[in-house]
Write a protein that binds this ligand. Structure first.
Ligand SMILES: O=P(O)(O)O[C@H]1O[C@H](CO)[C@@H](O)[C@H]1O
Ligand SMILES: Nc1nc2[nH]cnc2c(=O)[nH]1
Length: 298
């Protein structure tokens, strides 16, 4: 096991050359050149098990990688194939509330890019703000509200390396519309129409869940779901030119009413992840398979 020094732990960002060294280290140990990168949300780590011909790296062994500290995030990078297509899957992501810098939690997106990934598929567990949503619904993200970003905590803050992307990237096209359409088509074909939604995800810093007033505010501002991840990854993935698809599994209903006896908790989040694991796997697999059949998608 690689032990990180205190200085390494305190690092805020990594240079292009350091990211390249990590990507090259990984590529040296696998013949797979992934075009698709998948990130598993809380309790959705089982998605990585759908890959065949797997080569697995523990985060602790990967140069420059942070460690997963959250229950439900195993901390493994899994290379493998999905219906013949080479993929790389993060079985566990990093969150701001774990104490890492925002640049560090998004480092894997730059590694994805340098591995050759063209399409990123992000998943997360989220609280449902939209009153029509039920626990177990799958919401395809069409947009986001980036609260840490609005407050100045954006992963692109700091010197910009043009080899990754431009200083001022556009975010009005962050979520690829063709991929949203593909998810809708595939979802209908799989008979998921009753629980497949499309909406706006809002990200907060966490780790405390929201107050009732905060949930009401988010809903008034147009958010359909709330979580503590994904958006930072989306910003970095788009900055370096990868196509992005993201979905939220609605694991709990955000508490909006002072009379409610409901209380958000991480155990419920993980449980709902298990209940929808099979459908999530089928949706992602079918989408990746369709990417394979249509070169326009990658
Ligand atoms: O967004 P993911 O990683 O799925 O995790 C979600 O679930 C955790 C809360 O239960 C938070 O980390 C929230 O962001
Ligand atoms: N912030 C936040 N994150 C979540 N992740 C899963 N459920 C929730 C929630 O209700 N709020």
């Amino acid at each position: 096991m690689r032990r990180l020094s205190a200085a390494e732990r305190a690092r805020i960002r990594y240079t292009y050359e350091e990211c390249k060294a990590t990507a090259d280290w990984l590529l040296k140990q696998t013949d797979l050149c992934p075009l698709v990168g998948i990130v598993c949300g809380s309790g959705m780590g089982g998605l990585a098990d759908m890959l065949k011909d797997r080569v697995v790296f523990n985060y602790k062994d990967i140069p420059n990688f942070p460690q997963s500290t959250v229950h439900g995030h195993a901390g493994r990078l899994v290379f493998g194939t999905l219906k013949g297509r080479a993929c790389v899957c993060m079985q566990g992501r990093f969150h701001l509330y774990e104490g890492y810098s925002i640049q560090k939690i998004t480092l894997p997106m730059r590694i994805f890019k340098l591995l050759g990934v063209q399409t990123v598929m992000l998943t997360n567990a989220a609280g449902g703000l939209n009153q029509d949503y039920k626990v177990g619904d799958i919401m395809v993200l069409k947009d986001h509200l980036n609260f840490p970003g609005l407050a100045g905590n954006n992963p692109l803050v700091g010197p910009n390396d043009e080899r990754f992307g431009v200083r001022f990237p556009c975010m009005s096209d962050a979520y690829d519309r063709e991929l949203q359409q593909l998810a809708a088509e595939v979802g209908q074909e799989l008979g998921f129409g009753d629980f497949l939604r499309e909406g706006v995800y809002s990200v907060l810093g966490g780790p405390s869940f929201e107050t009732i007033a905060e949930c009401r505010m988010l809903s008034i501002l147009g958010a359909d779901a709330v979580g503590m991840s994904t958006v930072h990854e989306v910003v970095v993935a788009r900055h370096c030119g990868m196509r992005v698809f993201a979905l939220s599994l609605i694991t709990n209903r955000a508490v909006m009413d002072y009379d409610s006896a409901e209380r958000a908790n991480h155990e419920e989040v993980l449980e709902t992840g298990k209940l929808r694991a099979e459908q999530l796997e089928r949706l992602i697999t079918a989408m990746v398979t369709r990417l394979e059949h249509n070169n326009n998608y990658v």
